[in-house]
Design a protein around this ligand. Sequence first.
Ligand code: GUN
Length: 281
Amino acid sequence: MILIDGKKAASELREELRQEVAELKTKHNKVPGLTVILIGDLTPSQIYVRNKEKSANEVGLKSDVIRYPDSVEEKTVLEKISELNKDDGVSGILVQLPLPKHIDKKKVIEAIDPSKDVDGFHPMNVGNLSSGYESSVPCTPLGCYLLIKKIEPNLNGKKAVIVGRSNLNGKPMTQLLLKENCTVTITHSKTKDLKSECLEADIVVAAVGIPELVKGDWIKEGTIVIDVGINKTEKGIVGDVHFEEVSKVAKALTPVPGGVGPMTIACLLKNTIDCFKRSQI
Ligand code: GUN
C-alpha cells in the first residue's frame, strides 16, 4: 500500500511556488499578495490563519491579516472587501470561515472580486469550474486532486465515488474528476447503500465528517482512497476512513493527519499566485 505523504507533496509544491514567486518578482518587480480577514477569536481559525501566514511568507508572498472582533458590523467587513478589491497590491482575498451568526456568509463571499477569490467560493468561480472554464478552485479538493494525479496520472474512465456533497469539497471534487474523464458518483447521507457504491470505485474521496465511516470491506483491492475528514474523537483526531482496515486493501491511502491537510494551504498559495498571474496579462 502506498501511504500518500501529504506533508512531502505540500513541501515539494511550496518549493515550486517559491521559485515561481522569485521569477515573478524579477519579471514584474512585485510579488503576489494574500490578505486574510479573520473575525473573532475561534481557536481553530486562529491556528489556520497563523499557518497560512507562515506558509505564505515561506514562499515569498506578501501576506496580511486583518482582524476584527466578533462584534464587527457586516457593513465594515463589506467595505473592507471593497477596498481590497481595488487594491493592486492584493492578489487574493480570503475571509476565514465560519463567520459570526449576524454576518451573512453569502453576501461576504459575493462581495469578493471573483478574480481575487482564492477560495473559489464565489458563484462566478463555481460556475466557471462546472463549465470547464478557467477559475479558482477550492483549496482542499484541489489538493486532493493533485495527490490523486501523483498516484495515477491517467484518470480516463476511472470510477470515482465522492462521499459528501458539500460546496467546499464534494461538489468541486466532482468537477475536477469529471474534467479528467472519470465517471463520478456523488453520495451523501441519504444514499441507499453507501457500501455497495464505494465497492464499485477505483477512487474514493471521503469528505463527510463522520469518523471512520468508510470501512475495509467497502473498498475493492487497488482503489485510491483520499480521506478529507478531520474528526475529534476520544482516541484523538481521525479521518472519515477507517485507516487500519482500509490500508489492508487500498492501493494508496492518505493518513490523517499528514495527508490532505498540508496540501490545502499549499494550494491556497498556488491560487494566490495564479490570481496574480491572471491579473498581469
Ligand atoms: N475555514 C476552514 N477551511 C476554510 C477554507 O478553506 N476557507 C475559508 N475561507 N475558511 C475556512
